[in-house]
Structure formats: C-alpha cells, structure tokens
Design a protein around this ligand. Sequence first.
Ligand code: F6R
Length: 605
Amino acid sequence: MCGITGFTGKQPALPFLLQGLSKLEYRGYDSAGVTLVNSKKLTTWKTKGRLSELEKLLEKELPQSCGIGHTRWATHGVPSNMNAHPHMNEEGTISVVHNGIVENYTTLKEELIQVGYHFHSDTDSEVIVQLLDFYYKKKPVMKEALQKTIRHLEGSYALCITTIFEPNTIYVAKKESPMVLGRSKEGTFCASDAPALLAYTKEILPLQDGETAILNKDGLEVFDSKGRPIEPRYITFPYDIQSAQKGGYDSYMLKEIHEQPSAIRETLRGRFRGNQIILPKIEELEIDWNSIYNTVFIACGTAYHACIYANTIYQRYTGKMSYVMPASEFRYCDPAVDEHTLCIFVSQSGETADTLAALKLARAKGCVTVSVVNVLGSSIARQSDAVLYTAAGPEIAVASTKAYTTQLVLLHVLILKLAQLYGIRVKGIGKLIKDLKRLPELVEETLANDKTVKKYAGMLKDEHDAYFIGRQLDYPSALEGALKLKEVSYVHADAYYAGELKHGPIALIEKNTVVIALATQPEIASKTISNIKETVARGARVILITDQDMEAKEFKYVIRIPDMEPQLRVIPVAVLTQLIAYYAAKEKGCDIDKPRNLAKSVTVE
Ligand code: F6R
C-alpha cells in the first residue's frame, strides 16, 4: 500500500501520474513505479526509493495517454525493485497496482502455482494480477475477470488495472481501502486519496466498498458489487491540497488519532480462527516453548509503555514471571538472560538505536527474539527470530498515536498465542477475542467524546504541571498520557501509581492542580477512587476517565469509555489521553506534528 494514481485521457498520462504521486508523498513510501500503455505494449518502470529515483529511469517525453502509478509502503516483502508495484502477468499484458492487504494470498498463490503460474515478488499483491490473468484467459472480458478476481480476495484492496487489450481503459475496484475518481476536460483520473486529484478537479467521486469502475478518456462508469451500473455520485471536495493531505484535520497527529479504528482493524486482520490465534511466524519458530523460563519486554518511549502493559497481561494470562525494561537500560545492565529467555522487542520505526542494540545483545546471549514492528524490513524486523507487524501504516506526526494502540493490540494477541503454545487456557478467551474484534467500533465510539475532551483539555492551557494517576493496567496508560502531554504541549506531566501518591507526590497537589485520573479497572476501582478523592480534598481539578459502571457523581469532569473487557480498556484510554494532549497543545499554539527537540526515528544512541 500507499499511493495510487491512474489517468486515461487526451494527453500524456505521465505528468499526472507523477504529480499525483508527489501529492501523496506525505504518506510515506519506500518504492515507486508506473505502467504506461499503448496499443502495442505495457511498459513498466519501478524502483526502490523515492519518486526522484523513478524519474531518473523515465525518458523525458513519454506520449502514452493511459497509465497507472504507485508508491509502496511495504507490508508483505521488503522494500525492493521486485516488490515495488505495478505487478504484471507473465506475458506483460495486464498491470496492477494495489493498496491494502490480501489476507488469503498464500492460499491463492499455492492454487495458482499448482496451475502453472510463477511468482516473482514476495508481495500479497502479485496474486491479484495472476488471478486476473487466469480468469481473463478463461473468458476474455476484463470486467468479468475483475469481478471474479475480487470475489476471491479476502482482506482489503484499492486496485487500479491497465491492460493492453483495452489500451485506453483503466479498471478500478475498492474494498476497505480508499479510492477516489475524477474527470476533467483533459481526461479521467483515479487515486487512492483526493490530494492527488485536486490540481485537476474538485469534483470527486469516492468509490464505495464493493464497487468497481471503468475509466476511459471520455468519462467513467461505476458498478455495484454485483456488477450492475449505478449513477456516479460526485461531491465537491471541501479542502485545499494541504488540508486534504491531512484528511481535513489540522495536523497529522489528529488525523492519525482518527485513523486508529482502521489501523487496529488492519492489525487484527486474519489473526483469529474461532478462539485459535493465527500467528504463523510464531508457530514456525522451532522452540520447545516449555523451556522458556523468562520473558522480557524491551523498547523505548511510547513503545516501552506498550511493553509495561504487555508485561502485566503476560503474567495474568500465562501465570509466568516476566520483566520489562527500557532498551537503553537493558543494553548496559548485563542482563541475566540466556537461551531459555524470550525477549520481545517493540518498535514503530524498527530502527531505534537502543532497541536495536538490545536486540543484538539478546541474540548474542542466545535468547529467542520476537519483535513487534510497524516498518516492514526495518533493522529490528530483519534481525529478530520472528517479527509481527502492526498495520498502523506510515506515522508522520512525531508523537506516536496509532502505532502505540496497534502495538497494544498486537502484543495482546501475541500473549494469547504464547499462552496457547504453553498449553495454558486463558479464562474468558472467547469474550476477549470478541471484544478485540469490536475494538475498531469501540475506538470510533471513544472518538465521539472529542468535544468534551477539547473542553476539559482547555484547563491545561495555562498550567505548568499536570498529574496522571492510575493503578494496575491504568498505570501504563498514565505514563503514556503524561508522555504525550509533555511532548506536544510542553506542560510538565508526571504519572504515578494512584496508591503511591500518599508516599510523596501528594505534596505537589494544591488548589486547581490538574489531575487526570484513570479508573477503568473494576478489581481496583474503589481503591483508585479513594486515591483520587485524596487529591480532590486538596483542591485538585480532576478529569476522571472511567468505565460505564463507575459511580462518579462527585466528580465534575468525567469521560466514560465504552463497555468492554477490562484488559482492553487501555486502548480507548490511550485515545482519550492522546486527544487531551492534542487539544492542550492546540490551545497553546504549539507545533503539534514537530515538537521541539524530538525526531521521529531515534537512530543514534
Ligand atoms: C513518543 C514517541 C517515542 C517513540 C520512541 C521509540 O510519542 O514516539 O517515545 O515511541 O522513540 O520509537 P520506536 O517505536 O520507533 O522504536
């Protein structure tokens, strides 16, 4: 996945394809490619690296007036020339670009290999062009071949297809991955996101799930999921290019906060069969799981907070002891780890210097290493015994949001899997899996509190300090909430176990001090509430984040999370504290996406 453009018209297609892709560059990518078509052949250029690398391969004047383009953010197969899109069939007569994830691609690939197909890339996307070829050869009608192909695809896709058999036509299909269409007097366009089209038209047609479209130089036709023609529904796009790149939000941070439902959905895709957890990379490890005596979770910053959460969940579900350590400490503490130790590394970028050094140390000591990483093919991913990928997509804002919640979700799934491998039955697993699957909707519901959060966050505008408190699983949320607030709003924030307040920090609470209190864990709730009341008694203004059941009449500023399993409540709580940090920073006029002194990827010690 990442950026798609397509053009068919009365003038050369290449300028549109390239400028459209450049308008999608903000999304991040690792390779780029285009296919241009004339009546005799399809020509494809593709390369690892930036669009500028692709441009070096292209001749200046290319007259073809129909073509498709792609920028890829690797999800299956490392960034490479081979894995870059477009992908072609063997004869080079059909070319496809794809955004999304084909969940059942291994099955489809095996079936196609059995009937004589050859594959040249590690991508899930290549099965699409081979499947199209298969159906087209059975009956040479591309519209029907496309309908048959998408019927076999499980997962998400935005597809754009050119073929030598219809040199001025582009076929398009969409499910759970965005695709927009447009037209002007120059021709007809498609793209994975509106910014690519806005220099040409503001009349945009967002394709709906299950729909397909056929574009030619004079216009376009749209079809429903059964292939029946439907009336195209254009909208006048309300944003300029810059705000469209941020999805209409005023910052990437806010956009990425709102992308969490889909990021979580993608991360969970294909992970369950009934109550069985499907993590092939873990299953393939040749390990006697009962010889694992120690588990250590290791990461930096926000990812380290995800590890603190995972450490508690691991002990609860497996009944085994585990540890958690910042990578910057682990690498220097001469840890007592060996071949009976499972080390789990967590990193969005996969390049954090301390985490990488800790991984190398763990390997040198013979540990089993598993990483949870967002960037495919990154150093940490490559050097671990097994890697699990979060599917957060590129995270552009420096402050991590969707990467964090997808880490929480994937770590949870990994721990359920480990319990199964240890032969331990996790109590209530059916309900847990049900709620994991509901998380995208539950996060949507949480985001609906936006206006309330904004109002409450306003009280941080003139504050120098704030305190986050919580117990048990609310503690990592308190740490992460405080980190987010510090990073983007520069309000000094500390996090404490609520029960620890009376051992010192309560000395800091005075009239109007802002306390963000997290009380979502039923088994400790009454104790947490008592701790919170201790701060109220000293004049604190408490923003209480709690569940649906908590009696909270005495509190003025209350936000409730949707009802769900307590072990998963950390996810909506993260979303709310991210919003608090965002709105506090906005009130203060901070540069939200690029906080001072911080870099997105910390590749030096
Ligand atoms: C905070 C943040 C950082 C990162 C940390 C680790 O919002 O983004 O604390 O979490 O630098 O980075 P990764 O996850 O790339 O290893």
